[in-house]
Design a binder for this molecule. Structure first.
Ligand code: GDP
Length: 317
């Protein structure tokens, strides 16, 4: 990408989109399109077509999606499949129609089977049944991957799907009903400390293991992939890249770490009426590692930075 190339950041206000924006700004890219939801409804194919007609983006980062934690996915399954299918159909199709040079599609590690051998390799896609709590979301994302592959094969496009693990960082969703575990625990421990509460409730058994990636590392990997030579990506042969740290931690371990970072002194209790979800999710990252990329921000450091952001913004989010 050259500094003046027109880049569409679909989902620029979200966790991933805002990290990409920070990074593109830092790198001196000056022609970034960041339409707000009011400006452009990404799930409206006609509106997306008109937007592409007018603005003619050359590169697209597709980070617009309906995302949420285990409870939200389980409670609103229709919204998670419908909205994601509509967004990716519109943006991927219009990127083909308007001859976008490259598109990067953000997926999620929940596309892999519930009982996938760990760490999960790109080739494990569709090798088993999915985790029921987020199956509708996962099937939408798998369709997005297949869309990228099908357009690459049939029309010679350069669309790259990437699969991150559980992401976190500035601009995350801290709503306790709909958020993922890391921002939820940051908020719970912070509020319990402020209100001098004796206990903090963590959902499930604490046994599941998850991999967490600080979102600025994800942005770094996305740019790395976008800037790869064409010969380094097998566009005709189902390109897919896991992006992660290669390390996981139990929810119990994460809770202890966040307790420590927030300075909370009370007890942790586990609510076993809430679902655990997949027992373990850790990505095999050898493909992107072999190309020369690795994550740079350790988990503790990322959590500290996110906590700092939360403290600054908590009254407005
Ligand atoms: P998942 O990775 O798709 O399962 O999504 P989450 O990030 O929502 O949940 C990861 C794990 O953390 C699950 O086992 C949850 O039950 C557990 N967990 C513990 N406390 C919380 C909480 O307060 N919020 C959320 N979302 N998950 C929690």
């Amino acid at each position: 990408m050259r500094n003046t190339d027109k880049i569409l950041l679909a989902g620029a206000s979200g966790l991933v989109g805002s990290a990409l924006k920070r990074r593109l700004d830092d790198d001196g890219l000056v022609n970034i399109l960041c339409p707000s939801h009011a400006e452009l409804d990404m799930s409206d194919n006609r509106a997306v077509a008109d937007y592409f007609d007018v603005h003619k983006p050359v590169y697209v980062f597709l980070a617009a999606a309906k995302v949420g934690g285990i409870l939200a996915n389980n409670t609103y399954p229709a919204d998670y499949i419908y909205e994601n299918l509509m967004i990716q159909n519109a943006v991927i199709h219009q990127s083909y129609v308007h001859k976008v040079k490259k598109l990067l599609f953000l997926g999620s590690s929940c596309i892999y089977p519930k009982h996938c051998p760990q760490p999960m390799k790109e080739e494990d896609l569709l090798s088993g049944t999915l985790e029921p709590t987020n199956e509708p979301y996962a099937i939408a994302k798998i369709s997005g991957i297949e869309l990228c592959w099908a357009y690459n094969r049939q029309y010679g496009t350069r669309f790259i799907p990437v699969m991150p693990p559980n992401l976190f960082g500035p601009n995350d969703n801290f709503d306790l009903e709909t958020s993922h575990v890391l921002p939820a625990l940051l908020r719970k421990f912070h509020e319990a400390r402020s209100a001098n509460r004796k206990t903090v409730t963590v959902w499930g058994t604490g046994e599941p293991r998850r991999e967490f990636l600080y979102v600025d590392d994800l942005a770094d990997a996305c740019l790395f992939l976008m800037n790869l030579e064409d010969t380094a990506v097998p566009y005709m042969d189902r390109p897919l890249f896991n992006i992660g740290t290669g390390e996981d931690i139990s929810i119990r371990g994460l809770a202890e770490m966040i307790k420590d970072i927030t300075g909370y002194q009370g007890e942790i209790v586990y609510d076993r009426t809430k679902p655990d979800g997949t027992p373990q999710k850790i990505l095999n990252i050898s493909k992107i590692s072999n190309l020369g990329w690795r994550a740079g921000i350790p988990l503790q450091q990322g959590i500290r930075q996110t906590y700092k952001w939360f403290l600054k913004h908590k009254d407005y989010i």
